[in-house]
Design a protein around this ligand. Sequence first.
Ligand code: CAA
Length: 249
Amino acid sequence: MSKRVALVTGGTGGLGEAICRKLCDAGFHVVAGYNSGGNHDKARAWQEEQRKAGYEVDVAYGDVTDAESCAACIATVKELTGRNVDVLVNNAGITRDGQFKKMSWEQWDEVLTANLDSMFHMTRLVVNPMIEQGFGRVINISSVNAQKGQFGQTNYSAAKAGIHGFTKALAQEVAAKGVTVNTVSPGYVMTPMVAKIDDAILDKIAKSIPVGRLGEPAEIGRIVTFLAEDESAYITGADFSINGGLHMF
Ligand code: CAA
């Protein structure tokens, strides 16, 4: 059998890159979905960087907020790999932080569309082939802030909490068909998204993490890869917290 195909949306970003690398190490044919504002050169440069570091990763353009663009992305993956997507990692996401009393509709809508509607667009395209082939892994990246809420993130916390509802419902629908659906909920991890937080605020957050540091992207990649493996067939509908003890429940 040719290698299983793993598509990681937002694959060229902070968490995405680490997830791609761990999946490569585990023997998957990895495709990084990217949007990068349509900057294809940037994605190709990223791909070259990975190659130099010893990681063979394909790249496929797709805007996860747009159904047609997602369909084109999946078609590209099929062309590049000759297989259906075996593992979908719904990782693409954005923040537009701000207190709710000052939040605009655009801030709300952009976050809900990119972080939650994207689950529908991408998963809808891969779930039937997964059911037909009797194997599939859908791994959705949520956040500690879905579980505990966060000042300044009503939009993000709502979208990310919605992701786990989606996971649990879909997991029940496809469990008998060899397809598992799980959520991974990272805490504060060293990525460009977290680096955008004001230094003083981030410092305060970091000090409140029991493990005493921010997470490393590779630590998230590790658990995603574990869930992607054939041997993880009995894990479904679960939410994996990986937050250095920031939130325990
Ligand atoms: N609890 C209560 N009050 C708080 C607070 C908190 N956690 N944080 C700030 N405030 C208060 C301040 O004390 C201040 O009060 P006063 O006006 O009475 O002095 C007020 O809020 C400041 O409000 P402003 O709207 O003026 O502040 P701002 O616009 O400069 O910043 C913010 C608001 C952008 C939301 C900022 O608080 C912030 O960045 N917070 C962190 C948000 C965060 O954690 N984002 C995570 C991004 S990374 C990610 O999302 C990945 C992941 O999954 C973990």
